[in-house]
Design a protein around this ligand. Structure first.
Ligand code: AMP
Length: 210
């Protein structure tokens, strides 16, 4: 299964990505997590990305596309992959299409999680993220997945959330039509329990993976 997850920040892409990747036994590739891991390790890439991430802006395509291209050379993608957070604009979607065409590994589906703006703001402002594995959680002091300490991402603070939503509407939302035109789009409502949303997603995807 070769899958892209799309949706506004806070729609639950990261959470759903964990379950879907485990279900299909495919790697979960989150460009945001790769940037955060680089930042934690103090690499030049991480420090370069931080400037944009802290403001809620997209990291420039030249940097992000190269990073993604490199990640797709790893052997673990041969049985499929789940992209979470890439592409973030139409130019990235076109680059991805070209990379995958060259590898003869076209996408099977693009799963869009839809959610109203008020719900997004409420979710993001209460979200905490694990310092070690980056898993998101709400209302906990330790990561439910690995026991690591949790913190509030700089870009989950109120001032930055508004900008991230604008960036989503202006730059990322157009990829929904891009993928609808490609016949790849599947939309799932992102309101409800995590388990129910995962079940809806798997049920919708079963129609494309057979
Ligand atoms: P995320 O964890 O997916 O919400 O990403 C956090 C931040 O990382 C975003 O707000 C961007 O600053 C940056 N980022 C992640 N993925 C991309 C991408 N595909 N293109 C540009 N910037 C990205």
């Amino acid at each position: 299964m070769r899958l892209v997850l799309v949706g506004p920040p806070g729609a639950g892409k990261g959470t759903q990505a964990q379950f879907l990747a485990a279900h299909y036994l495919i790697p979960h590739i989150s460009t945001g997590d790769i940037f955060r891991a680089n930042l934690k390790a103090g690499t030049p890439l991480g420090l370069q990305a931080k400037v944009f991430m802290d403001k809620g802006e997209l990291v420039p395509d030249s940097v992000t596309n190269e990073m993604l291209k490199d990640r797709l050379t790893h052997g673990d993608v041969s049985n499929g992959f789940l992209l979470d957070g890439f592409p973030r604009n139409v130019a990235q979607a076109e680059v991805l299409r070209a990379i995958l065409a060259e590898k003869k590994m076209p996408l099977d589906a693009v799963l869009e999680f839809s959610l109203a703006n008020e719900e997004i703001v409420a979710r993001l402002s209460s979200r905490r993220t694990c310092k070690d594995c980056f898993q998101p959680s709400v209302g906990v002091e330790k990561c439910p997945s690995c026991g690591g300490d949790v913190y509030q991402r700089e870009d989950d603070k109120a001032e930055v959330i508004a900008r991230r939503l604008e960036v989503y509407q202006e730059q990322t939302a157009p990829i929904v039509s891009f993928y609808r035109n490609e016949g790849l789009l599947i939309t799932v409502g992102a309101l409800g329990s995590v388990e129910d949303i995962t079940a809806h997603a798997i049920s919708a995807l079963s129609r494309v993976s057979e």
